[in-house]
Design a protein around this ligand. Structure first.
Ligand SMILES: *Cc1c(COP(=O)(O)O)cnc(C)c1O
Length: 465
């Protein structure tokens, strides 16, 4: 006990520590009060550990090193850039869509200064945030008008609240979707104040089912894109033309939550993801879709279709609570410009990754193999493998896209340890583990990512990571 008290008394005084701390290059950059705060934290830690009978370095060097670590940790962002080597193009946990160069630069311009967010520069008058993108979206998808809110879940909520509060909305039982993160059609419906009327069965819904369910209190017919599952086998959904005729005859709006909503038609194997324009052409009155799924922008929920309905939404009080912020809006506009200019299949990263040819993937895998050629052959078993990547983010459900991966099996450490070290690298590298190997799917890797991967392996081989 005496020993501990003696040690406690030996903890250096803050003013002595401060002089030493200020002489360190890294710490010298920080304001004095934050250095003092970190030193106090370090001293408190030392006291606690010593009282518990644990070892603690209480030399001035030791305490200053502790304080430095406290500041280093404080400076580190929790939200950080990672390398997506999973091959899942729209990985919801990894932030969904990376932005195009044009979109990123649009965000950058708007974020560092003031902007014309709600200001009409031509008139010198107040404007609206929705004016920046409405015409572009309308042109791109062939709609009369459009607005955008903070995500697609909010878009669906606004549409139902505006058009169907207190009224019935008819949905096929095969389309009562749950998306990850607790978006469930019946729950959103309840939240909006609309009354869900389920029709048909899980596998089959006929036009007569919709017809029989329509009453004087019907507010809308809602179709929902089955984004993350497929019903196969003995299945049926009514023909779009018949559904549209029914909606016209009974005078109810026909709505569709497209979920991923691609602007360019996308076909992979037997799966055809219809474009937003294709759906509107089929007579859907209002569509909703995400900004950060197949469209490839930032978070956002786009509502497009008939002007008379969109006008009502513009006046709904909920709109203010779910409005899109200026950074997401800038990302969306930049991305939409990419689509309008053309060549979006190349300039928008998610579009490029989804359409990447097998030859291109093989070429990238060969480059990665070359980059990692320094891995000692005896300790690292590496081979190029054929794998499948997924679109993810509630699009192209269950459609595996042929891809190329680099499989790495270390012999000096376990596969689980390798995965952990890659994940713990300065820029975390997120991989798949399959058949006791780390698999790097090259589909979503840019040249800069390949460089980070080879640097990480160098650090692991040299034992510094
Ligand atoms: C993804 C998805 C949503 C939710 O969209 P967010 O932009 O993530 O809010 C809603 N409906 C469907 C069908 C979806 O696929």
């Amino acid at each position: 006990m005496l020993n501990i008290n003696a040690k406690l008394r030996n903890i250096p005084a803050i003013d002595k520590l401060l002089a030493m701390a200020k002489s360190r290059d890294y710490l010298a950059e920080f304001p004095q009060e934050s250095i003092v705060g970190a030193l106090r934290n370090a001293v408190d830690n030392a006291r606690q550990e010593l009282k518990l009978g644990n070892e603690f370095d209480i030399t001035p060097e030791g305490i200053v090193a502790q304080a430095t670590q406290i500041i280093v940790n404080r400076e580190k962002s929790s939200l950080q850039r990672v390398v997506n080597a999973t091959g899942v193009v729209l990985h919801t946990n990894l932030g969904r869509a990376p932005l195009s160069d044009r979109a990123a630069s649009a965000v950058n311009k708007v974020m560092i200064g003031y902007s014309s967010l709600e200001y009409n520069v031509a008139d010198g008058q107040r404007g609206t945030r929705y004016s920046h993108i409405a015409d572009r979206i309308a042109r791109l998808v062939g709609a009369q008008d459009a607005i955008v809110v903070n995500n697609n879940a909010a878009a669906v909520l606004l549409v139902l609240s505006t058009l169907a509060r207190g009224r019935e909305v008819i949905v096929s039982r095969g389309q009562l979707v749950e998306i990850g993160g607790s978006f469930r059609v019946p729950d959103v419906m309840r939240q909006s104040g609309a009354i869900l009327v389920e029709v048909g069965t899980t596998n089959k819904t006929h036009i007569a089912d919709y017809e029989n369910a329509i009453s004087d209190n019907t507010g809308a017919i809602l179709k929902v894109h089955t984004s993350n599952y497929r019903i196969v086998g003995f299945t049926d959904q009514p023909d779009d033309v018949k559904l549209k005729q029914l909606a016209i005859r009974r005078n109810v709006p026909l709505l569709e939550d497209l979920g991923s909503g691609t602007l360019l038609p996308l076909s992979v194997k037997d799966w055809h993801e219809p474009s937003v324009a294709e759906r509107l052409e089929k007579g859907i009155d209002i569509v909703t879709f995400s900004g950060d799924k197949l469209l490839g922008a930032g978070q956002g929920g786009i509502i497009a279709g008939k002007k008379e309905y969109i006008d009502k939404m513009k006046n709904h009080p909920l709109l203010r609570a779910i409005r899109i912020d200026k950074l997401s809006l800038a990302a969306l506009e930049g991305t939409l410009i990419d689509y309008e200019i053309g060549n979006a299949e190349q300039t928008i990263p998610v579009q490029r990754y989804l359409r990447m040819s097998y030859d291109k993937l093989a070429e990238k895998a060969a480059k990665l193999k070359q980059d990692l050629v320094f891995l000692p052959k005896n300790d690292w078993i590496c081979e190029t493998v054929n794998i499948e990547s997924q679109a993810g983010g509630g699009s192209l459900p269950g459609v595996g896209m042929a891809s190329v991966g680099f499989a790495i099996k270390p012999t000096s450490i376990s596969t689980a340890q390798l995965e952990k070290r890659l994940r713990g690298y300065t820029v975390p590298i997120i991989v798949r583990v399959q058949n006791d190997s780390v698999i790097i799917d090259v589909r979503c890797l840019e040249d800069g990512d390949m460089l980070i991967i080879s640097q990480a392996f160098k650090a692991i081989v040299e034992g510094v990571s």
